[in-house]
Design a protein around this ligand. Structure first.
Ligand SMILES: Nc1ncnc2c1ncn2[C@@H]1O[C@H](COP(=O)(O)OP(=O)(O)OP(=O)(O)O)[C@@H](O)[C@H]1O
Ligand SMILES: Nc1nc2c(ncn2[C@@H]2O[C@H](COP(=O)(O)O)[C@@H](O)[C@H]2O)c(=O)[nH]1
Length: 214
């Protein structure tokens, strides 16, 4: 709100987190969402197996490869990619409905998805890359999560360099040493991006009302 009774509507933004697997983006996304009523998580569809504790419709929509291809061919995904040998895709409907309400959408997706969203919605997109403090720490985090078998951990470590090689395509980069600090940094980015002039719909009309034609 600026000035007495004048309210500025906001255009929702698409806040993308990418990182090598295990760097901490899902944990940070959960923290952001618990304290931010203006942001909604984009729940992806995936053909990978459900991990212990994961729920259909909360963490992912777990679908068969046949169902994924049907959705893809039907144009239901805003972006999709093959990651670690499984398909992942962002259902279009939730994203579009949320943005229309002036809320933000949070994405936990890889570099391929980030590139695709940038192409279709550049102005609305804010991309943050999360780096681990070191390769050793990345591997420790993947093991400590204890949700994937050893061969999956190895496969993800082998792909970490390829994912990290895309860091410079992002607007912001955070080295995730400490969860509290990284959460605070992410929130600072979000708050500043929400205040960008182009996202404050009707601002020009409001200022004009206050100062006239100048
Ligand atoms: N700063 C941190 N310090 C210590 N542990 C962390 C930190 N950030 C995340 N972790 C831990 O690392 C593990 C991996 O985190 P998380 O699942 O969020 O990674 P991710 O990037 O989302 O991985 P994926 O791409 O596979 O989904 C979790 O056990 C999490 O608690
Ligand atoms: N391009 C997309 N990437 C996605 C999507 N949903 C998740 N992901 C990325 O996949 C890997 C592995 O995730 P995991 O849950 O199996 O550990 C990770 O980098 C996610 O960010 C999506 O819809 N599109």
């Amino acid at each position: 709100m600026i000035g007495g009774d004048l309210k500025v509507a906001r255009r929702g933004l698409m806040f993308i987190l990418s990182s090598p697997s295990g760097a901490g983006k899902t944990t940070l996304a959960e923290r952001l969402l618990t304290k931010d009523g203006d942001m909604v998580l984009s729940i992806s569809a995936t053909t990978r197996q459900r991990r212990p504790g994961e729920a259909h419709g909360k963490d992912y929509f777990f679908v068969s490869e046949e169902e994924f291809m049907r959705m893809r061919d039907n144009g239901e995904f805003m972006e999709w990619a093959n990651v670690f040998g499984h398909y992942y895709g962002t259902p279009r409907s939730l994203v579009e409905d949320t943005l229309r309400q002036g809320k933000d959408v949070l994405f936990d997706i890889d570099w391929q998805g980030a590139q695709q969203l940038d192409e279709v919605a550049g102005e609305d997109v804010v991309k943050v890359f999360i780096l681990p403090p070191s390769r050793e720490e990345l591997e420790r985090r993947l093991r400590q999560r204890a949700q994937d078998p050893e061969d999956v951990v190895q496969k993800r470590m082998a792909k970490a360099d390829a994912e990290m090689s895309h860091w410079a395509e992002y607007d912001y980069v955070i080295v995730n040493y400490d969860l509290n600090e990284s959460e605070e940094l992410l929130r600072s980015i979000l708050f500043a991006e929400r205040l960008k002039r182009r996202r404050q719909v009707g601002l020009a009309a409001i200022v004009k009302e206050m100062i006239g034609d100048g």
